[in-house]
Design a protein around this ligand. Structure first.
Ligand code: COA
Length: 257
């Protein structure tokens, strides 16, 4: 149990709020467990018709807790809290909506690839700085992004790892709408309410069919990424990146071959 992820059921919507603002909502193992538990809770509760992931008006999530990265992944990827969460996210048949503001870094962006509707504030900074951290893509992003955006756009996001805005994300088809940050969650909740009024079995079937588009290939990609990610976490490149973040300086990769 952690109070860093809060859940609340309201009008058939399971609202899951990331709540660790002093650390920019960086996600720890316990928080991933809670995020995954919410999907199972929604799956097992026929009164829940959709899930809303949200943070605050200022911050969605700065991604994985960098301190936890330094400790490595506890076990095989699929058995780790983050692996379980991502695999549940990609396979659940309850619709998932996201309300995003401020930083949406790392998994804060890749988890959105498995959401059905995404609303983002005009203050959102999306980023997948995996390579920048000596790591590699995760969450199925190495498969989904090239097929959705084309190879070169995907490589730009995953290799250069720069931040991009909500307007950029809208242009790329990664989100549905750009909002005023104070209105993002309200807008997402309105969409949840509309979804909850739809015929629930038809919505579940639709999500199952959308999930099938990635299918076995998506799961295989996520597992392959997870294995390589765990290896990269032990790399000197990642050690340098984490040390640099802690020391508030730019990493220096010039001595690596
Ligand atoms: N893990 C652990 N702590 C984190 C964190 C993370 N992913 N992201 C931010 N924090 C901490 C900072 O260390 C800082 O702690 P401090 O107050 O003790 O110094 C606090 O949260 C506030 O972050 P700060 O960097 O001061 O906020 P900012 O508004 O200037 O920048 C970010 C926000 C998200 C751009 C910046 O924090 C960042 O780049 N974080 C790392 C993101 C990342 O690489 N995630 C992993 C992706 S795979």
């Amino acid at each position: 149990m952690t109070d860093l992820v809060l859940t609340e059921k309201k009008n058939h919507i399971l609202i899951v709020r990331i709540n660790r603002l002093d650390r920019k909502n960086a996600l720890t193992h316990d928080m991933y467990t809670a995020l995954g538990d919410a999907i199972e809770q929604a799956r097992d509760d026929s009164d829940v018709r959709c899930i809303l992931y949200t943070g605050s008006d200022e911050c969605f999530t700065a991604g994985n807790d960098l301190g936890d990265f330094a400790a490595g992944l506890p076990g095989e990827f699929e058995d780790t809290p983050v692996g379980r969460f991502l695999l549940l996210l990609a396979s659940t048949n309850k619709p998932i909506i996201a309300s995003v503001n401020g930083p949406a870094v790392g998994i804060g962006t890749t988890m959105l690839l498995h959401c059905d509707l995404v609303f983002a504030g005009n203050n959102t900074r999306f980023q997948m700085p995996f390579a920048n951290l000596g790591l590699c893509p995760e969450g199925g992003s190495s498969l989904l992004l090239p097929s959705w955006l084309g190879r070169v756009r995907a490589a730009e996001l995953l290799m250069l790892g720069g931040a991009f805005t909500a307007e950029d994300a809208l242009r790329m088809g990664l989100i549905n709408r750009v909002c005023e940050p104070s209105q993002t969650e309200t807008t997402a909740l309105e969409a949840c309410t509309r979804l909850a009024a739809q015929p629930p079995a038809a919505i579940r079937t639709t999500r199952e069919l959308l999930n099938r588009a990635g299918g076995d290939e998506l799961k295989a990609a996520m597992l392959a990424e997870g294995k390589l990610f765990a290896e990269r976490l032990k790399s000197p490149e990642n050690a340098e990146a984490i040390k640099a973040f802690t020391e508030k300086r730019k990493p220096d990769f010039s001595s690596f071959s």
